[in-house]
Design a protein around this ligand. Structure first.
Ligand SMILES: Cc1cc2nc3c(=O)[nH]c(=O)nc-3n(C[C@H](O)[C@H](O)[C@H](O)COP(=O)(O)O)c2cc1C
Length: 307
C-alpha cells in the first residue's frame, strides 16, 4: 500500500505508532519499525540525554527508520530538538504547540516534520510553516486531546491542506484504517492498540485494564482548565472530576496527577494512576506482537479497500 506518506518516510505500511509518554520507548519503536510501520520514541518530558540513549538503543534493534515525538511544552524541548539533529533522526512528530522555532534547524538536517493538529486552522498554519505532513488527531484518542472527532476532523483537514494527512484517534483495526483512507488520510497513527503489544514494556496490569475495557470506559479529565486528557475511568479520574466540579485550581489538579502516568505504566497502579487510553480500548482484546498486529490490520484494510 504505497501512499505519499510511505514514500516520504521510507516505510512499507502506512501505520505510525504514536510517540506516547513513558510507553513509546526503544523496544516498542524498534518493533513497530521492524514490522514495516514507523515506530516513534516519545520524548515527553525526558531530558535530551535520555532521548539520545533511547535513540541509540533503538538503533541496536533495527536498521529501519524510526522517529521521535518532541513534546514542545517540555522544559527540555530545546535540548531534545538538538539531540534529534545530532543523532541523525529523519522523522519528527510534534505535540502540544507550534514547532516553528525549530523548523529551520530540522529542515537543514533533512528531517521530515509532522506536527499533530486538532483543528483545520492549526493544520493550515503548519503547512505554511513548512511541515511535510500533519497528523489530524480526533478526541477519541488516548492522552491529550482536542474537541473534534476523527470522523469530522480528517476530511476537513484533508480538504484544507495539500500536504499528506495522517489520521489518529479511534483507529484499532483494518476497518479503521480503511475508513481513515476513505476520509482522505494517507496513513494512520495508532496509540492505544500498541500499548498492549508484546514488545511494549507497559506493566501487565495496565495492559489488562485496556484489554478488559468496554466501549464507554474512557473519560476526559481537565476540560475545565483547557487541558483535556482521555484515560480509563478509575479512582483517580473520579477524584479529579470531583475536584474540577468543586472549582479547584489548575495547580491543585496538576498536583493530583503528578507522576501518575508513570505510576500506571511502570508500577501497574490502575486505581490511582493515570491509565491513558482511547475510546478504541473497548475493541482491543489481546496482546500480540507488533508484527502480528500490523500484518493482520494491513490484510484487513487492503481487502476492504479493494471491495
Ligand atoms: C498512553 C498514551 C500516551 C500518549 N502520549 C503522547 C505524547 O507524549 N505525545 C503525543 O504527541 N501523543 C501522545 N499520545 C497520543 C498518541 O500518540 C496517538 O496520537 C493516539 O493514541 C491515537 O489515538 P488512539 O489512542 O485512539 O490510537 C499518547 C497516547 C497514549 C494512549
Amino acid at each position: 500500500m504505497k501512499t505519499r506518506v510511505t514514500e516520504l518516510l521510507g516505510i512499507e505500511c502506512p501505520i505510525i505508532q504514536g510517540g506516547m509518554a513513558w510507553v513509546a520507548e526503544h523496544h516498542l519503536a524498534a518493533a513497530v519499525s521492524e514490522a514495516g510501520g514507523l515506530g516513534l520514541i516519545g520524548g515527553a518530558n525526558a531530558p535530551g540525554e535520555v532521548v539520545r540513549e533511547e535513540i541509540r538503543k533503538a538503533r541496536e534493534l533495527t536498521k529501519k527508520p524510526f522517529g521521535v515525538n518532541v513534546m514542545l511544552m517540555s522544559p527540555h524541548a530545546d535540548d531534545v530538538a538538538k539531540v534529534v539533529v545530532e543523532e541523525g533522526i529523519k522523522v519528527v512528530t510534534t505535540g502540544a504547540g507550534n514547532p516553528g522555532k525549530y523548523m529551520e534547524m530540522w529542515k537543514a538536517a533533512g528531517i521530515k516534520v509532522i506536527p499533530v493538529v486538532a483543528s483545520v486552522a492549526l493544520a493550515r498554519m503548519m503547512e505554511k510553516g513548512g511541515a511535510d505532513a500533519v497528523i489530524a488527531e480526533g478526541m477519541e484518542s488516548g492522552g491529550h486531546i482536542g474537541e473534534a472527532t476523527t470522523m469530522t476532523l480528517v476530511p476537513q483537514v484533508a480538504d484544507a491542506v495539500s500536504i499528506p494527512v495522517i489520521a489518529a484517534g479511534g483507529i484499532g483495526d483494518g476497518r479503521g484504517i480503511a475508513a481513515a483512507f476513505m476520509l482522505g488520510a494517507e496513513a494512520v497513527q495508532m496509540g492505544t492498540r500498541f500499548v498492549v503489544a508484546k514488545e511494549s514494556i507497559v506493566h501487565p496490569g495496565y495492559k489488562e485494564r485496556i484489554i478488559k475495557a468496554k466501549d464507554i470506559d474512557s473519560t476526559v479529565t481537565g476540560r475545565t482548565h483547557g487541558h483535556p486528557v482521555r484515560c480509563l475511568r478509575n479512582q483517580m479520574t473520579r477524584d479529579y472530576i470531583k475536584m474540577e466540579q468543586e472549582g479547584k485550581s489548575f495547580e491543585e489538579l496538576e498536583y493530583l496527577t503528578l507522576g501518575t502516568l508513570r505510576k500506571a505504566v511502570m508500577e501497574g497502579d490502575t486505581v490511582n494512576g493515570t491509565v491513558m487510553a482511547g475510546q478504541i480500548a473497548g475493541m482491543i482484546k489481546k496482546e500480540q506482537t507488533c508484527k502480528e498486529m500490523i500484518d493482520e490490520m494491513m490484510a484487513e484494510a487492503v481487502q476492504l479497500l479493494h471491495r
